[in-house]
Design a protein. Structure first.
Length: 103
């Protein structure tokens, strides 16, 4: 069968097909870009994803204007999906390499 488009981690539920996400039963207001970012992380769970890879996949840049762009969006996404943004359980920063998403 086809892989489920519904992902659950912590108290977050993501429906990829519907472009909906909720946390603790409340709808999350994710921008289309944050949703793409989250979708990419979900598709690469447990892998270390470099900032360049993210920018390429989510923004489609061939040349990278700024990895800060990526950090800003990841930080915003983290605030929305984590219970404690300062102590993330799912969207982990891997020092000097990028990010790792743990479901």
């Amino acid at each position: 069968g086809t892989p489920s488009a519904i992902h659950e981690f912590g108290d977050v539920i993501v429906d990829v097909d519907r472009h909906e996400a909720s946390k603790g039963g409340e709808q999350l207001e994710l921008t289309p870009r944050e949703f793409r970012l989250l979708g990419y992380f979900l598709a690469h769970q447990g892998e270390v994803v470099s900032r360049e890879e993210l920018l390429d996949a989510v923004w489609g840049y061939d040349t990278i204007p700024s990895t800060r762009t990526d950090d800003t969006h990841s930080a915003k996404l983290r605030k929305k999906i984590e219970n404690e943004a300062s102590d993330p359980q799912h969207l982990i920063t891997v020092h000097r390499l990028g990010y790792k998403f743990v479901g």
